[in-house]
Design a protein around this ligand. Structure first.
Ligand SMILES: Nc1ncnc2c1ncn2[C@@H]1O[C@H](COP(=O)(O)OP(=O)(O)OP(=O)(O)O)[C@@H](O)[C@H]1O
Ligand SMILES: [Mg+2]
Length: 387
């Protein structure tokens, strides 16, 4: 996972500032620390906490060069991108000679800004001696439908994002994915477009095709054409997940269907598999069969955790009965709150934003907290081994 890249934008035009912010939002590691119209206001912000990059508008060549040089002399560690309406060689040459990291002609072209950000991001990682700690991959799985697997995947992702984590969400229900509908998204690119390019993809490519949702979750949707679903190969998927883990602290994968192919490949590279089930007899029978089969395949209790969904403590089948049948303790129970879950889906909004007080939201927060705590424990263990 890469350290975040902070930005200060100084631009007299509000529309231009907004446009730059919108582009930066699509870059998972970017954090806009301040966006101001005036150079002096920008300087005040930079003095408080120097960002990695300042995006500075130059309206006048001499004045712009002076501001640029001043910033670079006072804050040698930052990169300055100049934006200007002028597109002539004299401006570009003199700004670059004065030390501008990039010269972007206004109105800003998103792809050009992203290219510049990608370049500086690579340098930033090198400079910070960043030894890429891999993010955590978590599959949410039940072979059958109707267990609330997508509800848990989507809401866990949104809860982790609300806790300040960088989160990607992949819809691996290749033939009938719902993630985009749950979040009211119409992504231009999907998993099939990405896997078609394996061997050529890298973090910057993925950053450009993965869709940011207002919750902070970045979504890689399933294929739109069913014919494309068959073409996604397990090893391609592993490559994509591996790269996402270099960008995001958490990659959540909504899975379903049988125990082979892309599912098995995904489980292989997952740190956790959250097995969802309801407390009814058919669901528990299947859970028993599948947990045993997964154990046989090497996905045992250290990786697979049980999440009981739609839990009603007074139901005929009690939690303790289920734990006995499945020979596993529940990692998390999620209460039954059908109206909340249904309305959240119909509105295309995660529960944390439309029903922050729902018992399901609370359970998602507990689940996110447990998973995050495990990461902290793991990090401490690694640190101790190093010492
Ligand atoms: N905790 C909950 N309380 C009440 N209803 C829930 C809960 N979780 C999910 N549901 C409801 O269960 C139904 C199925 O949910 P969801 O689509 O998430 O399941 P799924 O296992 O992904 O199924 P599929 O992929 O086959 O559509 C939805 O109507 C959803 O609103
Ligand atoms: Mg589903």
């Amino acid at each position: 996972m890469q350290p975040s890249l902070s930005f200060v934008i100084i631009d007299s035009d509000r529309h231009s500032r907004n446009a730059i912010e919108e582009v930066l939002k699509t870059f998972a590691d970017a954090r806009v620390y301040g966006s101001v119209a005036d150079f002096q206001d920008g300087l005040n912000l930079i003095q408080k906490a120097p960002p990695a990059v300042v995006i500075l508008e130059a309206r006048d060549l001499e004045n712009g060069i002076e501001e640029l040089k001043y910033l670079l002399s006072k804050f040698p560690g930052i990169a300055v991108f100049i934006t200007a309406h002028e597109n002539n060689a004299d401006w570009i040459l003199r700004m670059i000679r004065a030390g501008a990291g990039e010269y972007l002609t206004k109105p800003i072209v998103a792809a050009e800004l992203l290219d510049a950000v990608n370049k500086v991001s690579r340098l930033h990682n090198l400079r910070s001696g960043h030894t890429s700690k891999k993010g955590t991959a978590i599959s949410v799985y039940n072979p059958s439908g109707g267990m609330g697997t997508t509800t848990i995947a989507v809401n866990l992702a949104a809860t982790l994002a609300a806790r300040g984590e960088k989160v990607a969400l992949i819809d691996l229900n290749l033939f009938s994915g719902d993630v985009a509908a749950f979040l009211d998204l119409a992504p231009r690119y999907n998993l099939a477009n990405v896997t078609a390019k394996t061997g050529q993809i890298d973090a910057s490519f993925l950053r450009n095709v993965i869709v940011p949702h207002s919750s902070g979750v970045h979504v890689l949707n399933g294929p739109v054409n069913l014919g494309d679903a068959d073409r996604i190969l397990p090893e391609q998927l592993q490559e994509v997940i591996g790269i996402l883990q270099t960008i995001f602290a958490y990659t959540i994968i909504d899975t379903g269907g049988q125990l082979f192919g892309c599912n098995m490949a995904t489980f292989d590279c997952s740190d956790r598999i959250l097995f969802t089930t309801l407390l009814n007899l058919p669901a528990l029978k299947n859970a028993k069969r599948y947990l045993a089969a997964m154990d046989n395949e090497g996905f045992g209790a250290n990786k697979v955790k049980l999440v009981i969904n739609r839990h009603i403590p007074k139901d005929d089948i009690k939690l303790a009965d289920a734990e006995k049948i499945l020979n596993t303790k529940a990692y998390q129970t999620v209460p039954n709150a059908y109206a909340d879950a249904r309305t959240s889906i119909n509105r295309g909004e995660p529960l944390i934003s439309c029903y922050p007080k729902s018992p399901v939201t609370k359970a998602m927060d507990e689940l996110a907290r447990q998973l995050m705590q495990e990461e902290t424990v793991k990090d401490k263990a690694v640190l101790q081994r190093r010492i």
